[in-house]
Design a protein around this ligand. Sequence first.
Ligand code: SF4
Length: 252
Amino acid sequence: MPLDRSTVDELNARLKQVYGPQPLRPNGDPLAELVFTILSQATNDRNRDRAYAALRQAFPRWEDVMEAAPAAVAKVIAPAGLGPQKAPRIIEVLRRVAADPRAKGRPDLSFLRSMDDATALDYLTALPGVGPKTAACVLLFALGRAVFPVDTHIHRLARRLGLVPVSLDAGRTQREFAAVAPRNAEACHELHVNLIAHGRTVCHARRPGCAGCALADLCRWSGGRRGDAVKRRPNRAGRIRANKGLTRAGLR
Ligand code: SF4
């Protein structure tokens, strides 16, 4: 299935039937969204939310976080996991933002509003530990821009559906989506949220529920082809190749 506008529209329509509309309500705070998304890396929503709430309670101002000892921040955000890595990253991000002349000495990302999407993405991804997905989340969820983040669920679905080659990493997959994603921020948000819902509830990493999947007839990974892939013997390179070059390990 080609990754083009009509495919994206079809996916959006089908997923909306299953998961419903997803109204976009931008929170208007790009710095909070940035920290929130850093906390979300490699953890689940519940633990991210607990860590974020604890951080804001222990350090009510971003200046307080910026000036805190990394160990103290790591302890507070422990529910999100990887505290010793995330704490210094968050502190360094806040310091870099505050050092930008446009921030006027404060940790404040309001100046992103005057940037176009590409410039804002470049700025954010130049910050330590901020990748394309995190940067796109800031623009979509905080500023309501029509920017499409590709997380681990969407990346897996895109490869299984055959929208992108199985070898394409998440960052390059996001760039492919950028060319065809809805230009309307509401639709962009809806597709993003509903693809993640589908990845979490049906198209699981280990055992995708293909039998009840609303996208099964569009998917190169569903049904018989998956069976064919299992029956084949490994080739010399030790890989199991399926029809159209699919590699099962590459889809997880
Ligand atoms: S048919 Fe299976 S592999 Fe394809 S999107 Fe649906 S659940 Fe995922």
